[in-house]
Design a protein around this ligand. Structure first.
Ligand SMILES: NC(=O)C1=CN([C@@H]2O[C@H](COP(=O)(O)OP(=O)(O)OC[C@H]3O[C@@H](n4cnc5c(N)ncnc54)[C@H](OP(=O)(O)O)[C@@H]3O)[C@@H](O)[C@H]2O)C=CC1
Ligand SMILES: O=C(CO)[C@H](O)[C@H](O)COP(=O)(O)O
Length: 477
């Protein structure tokens, strides 16, 4: 870069980094670009002549750092894990106290906490920042979840607010807490995203295998659902995916896509953290497991042969794609979705206490209303549930949702039972229902587990009528 210096530099010109850089440049900020494969950074500028005046690719990392205004702001958008550590190692000797390094990719928040600590004492500020919205969100307005020092966020606000998505004119970006808070919240966003997508895929499975519906007809169903309660980006793209025709075969494109789901880690991290915090996040767990099962396609094909006769013992499917049947599925999905989001929010509430972040759960719902992958009108309801002034232990306890779940659980129950009888797998929908049934009963069955534990391991148990841990002398077995 010649005379003037850049307001911010972006490292990593992959899908997200390039689109964010264009977004930032469009907002009027001089943006330095660097990529390991340097030609890509020049490609981003050359392919976007309208923004070229604000895009400044550099050949070397040294040149990139030298091109930034002091104190420098560097946004890293590379793959999670080792690439981020490597990038920080390369950058650190080139930076000075007061500079800010942002990791805007998805990151395991434990790594973010570690990187914050490693930067302590250097005077360089490290910010773990979750960005959601995929390619288009990054280009035109993502939802942005910021962690790190609040004072550093205040320095970044003038750049991040114009770049973020807007909901009713309000930027979908917020500072959520120290060190790993931003990346933790992004991880749970993705965990919820996994559950939401899995439950939609299960309804698709019911329509395909239980009701014999073709993809283009399903597209119309999802498009219709997108006009009311379920209205969301994920339902909208589901309709789009189902409506697409494969030019080569003339078949629905979804029918020629291999049924193996990829995963990059965020769903798994969500579930690991939920387990560590002792939160039942059964819909998220089912969604992660289902992706694992999907990836064992050859194994599944073998097992289908072994159990070929299982189908002959099943009653005929009772799913019908008539108005009544579709309404039942819609209501079941809406109910399960509330339960999944309640689980995701319960993980964040527990983590907030554990890590002393004081996560603003209502604000998180507000910044998820636009820009991110799980954006939907439903998040506005969640924001309102947190903004009544009442303490929220779990969203299922709030009047905003308890009435809806009480009514909708009947449909969810019918759908899960019909699916079980017809042999259509609905792991996340069933997990939602079982969690609800478990969570809504005062007297559970863990008393028996405690008895078993005390018998084999003298682990003790508590009695309703006595204080303190008890041990029983059980008969020898
Ligand atoms: N795609 C999406 O929808 C979303 C992605 N994210 C997250 O954003 C981050 C970037 O994702 P995305 O843009 O999709 O990824 P891409 O695969 O499109 O791009 C990866 C980028 O990382 C660079 N890179 C990879 N390894 C190294 C390394 N060891 N050292 C330096 N640079 C490296 C690549 O450089 P090179 O060109 O040289 O290979 C490339 O610029 C990830 O953390 C991802 O999880 C977050 C939200 C949404
Ligand atoms: O963060 C994202 C969306 O919010 C990314 O698209 C992420 O890659 C999605 O996760 P996965 O690849 O595991 O499905």
């Amino acid at each position: 870069m010649s005379d003037s210096k850049a307001d911010i530099g972006v490292i990593g010109m992959g899908t997200m980094g390039a689109m964010l850089a264009l977004n930032i440049a469009e907002e009027g900020f001089a943006t330095a670009l660097f990529n390991r494969t340097t030609s890509k950074a020049f490609g981003v500028r050359d392919d976007n002549p309208d923004l070229a005046a604000n895009l400044h690719p550099e050949e070397t990392l040294e040149g990139f750092v030298a091109s930034l205004k002091i104190p420098r702001v560097v946004l890293i958008m590379v793959n999670a894990g080792k690439p981020v550590d490597e990038q920080i190692e390369h950058l650190k000797p080139l930076l000075d106290a007061g500079d800010i390094v942002i990791d805007g990719g998805n990151a395991d928040f434990n790594d973010t906490v570690r990187r914050n600590r490693a930067m302590e004492g250097s005077g360089i500020h490290f910010v773990g920042m979750g960005v959601s919205g995929g390619e288009q969100g990054a280009r035109h307005g993502p939802s942005i979840m910021v962690g790190g020092d609040k004072a550093v966020w205040e320095r970044l606000q003038p750049i991040l607010e114009p770049v973020a998505a807007k909901y009713d004119g309000v930027p979908c970006v917020a500072w959520l807490g120290t060190d790993g808070a931003g990346h933790f919240v992004k991880t749970i966003h993705n965990g919820i995203e996994y559950a939401d997508m899995q439950m939609i895929a299960e309804i698709y499975g019911i329509l395909r295998d239980g009701a014999g519906m073709a993809a283009p007809d399903m597209a119309k169903v999802f498009a219709d659902w997108n006009t009311r309660g379920l209205s969301s980006y994920l339902i909208e793209i589901t309709a789009t995916v189902l409506a697409e025709t494969d030019e080569e075969t003339g078949k629905p494109l979804v029918d020629v896509i291999v049924d193996e789901a990829g995963q990059k880690g965020t769903g798994r991290w969500s579930v690991i953290e939920a387990q560590k915090l002792g939160i039942g996040a059964t819909t998220l767990e089912s969604a992660v497991s289902a992706r694992g099962v999907s990836s064992r396609r050859e194994e599944r094909a073998e097992v289908e042969k072994i159990y070929a006769d299982a189908k002959t013992h099943l009653p005929a499917s009772t799913f019908k794609a008539d108005a009544e049947g579709l309404t039942e599925l819609e209501e079941a999905l809406e109910t399960a979705k509330i339960i999944a989001y309640a689980q995701g929010y319960a993980i964040m509430a527990a983590a907030s206490l554990e890590w002393k972040w004081d996560l603003p759960l209502g604000v998180i719902a507000r910044i998820w209303r636009a820009g991110c992958i799980i954006r939907s009108s439903f998040l506005d309801d969640i924001a309102k549930a947190y903004e009544t002034g009442e303490t929220v232990i779990n969203l299922l306890q709030t009047p905003t949702f308890s009435g809806r779940v009480s009514k909708g659980q009947a449909a969810l129950r019918r759908v899960v039972s019909k699916a079980a009888l017809a042999g259509v797998p609905v792991p996340a929908l069933a997990a939602a229902l079982s969690y609800f049934d478990d969570y809504r009963r005062a007297r559970g069955t863990a008393n028996l587990v405690q008895g078993q534990r005390d018998l084999f391991g003298a682990h003790t148990y508590h009695r309703f009528d006595k204080q303190g841990p008890q041990h029983h002398i059980w008969p020898a077995v």
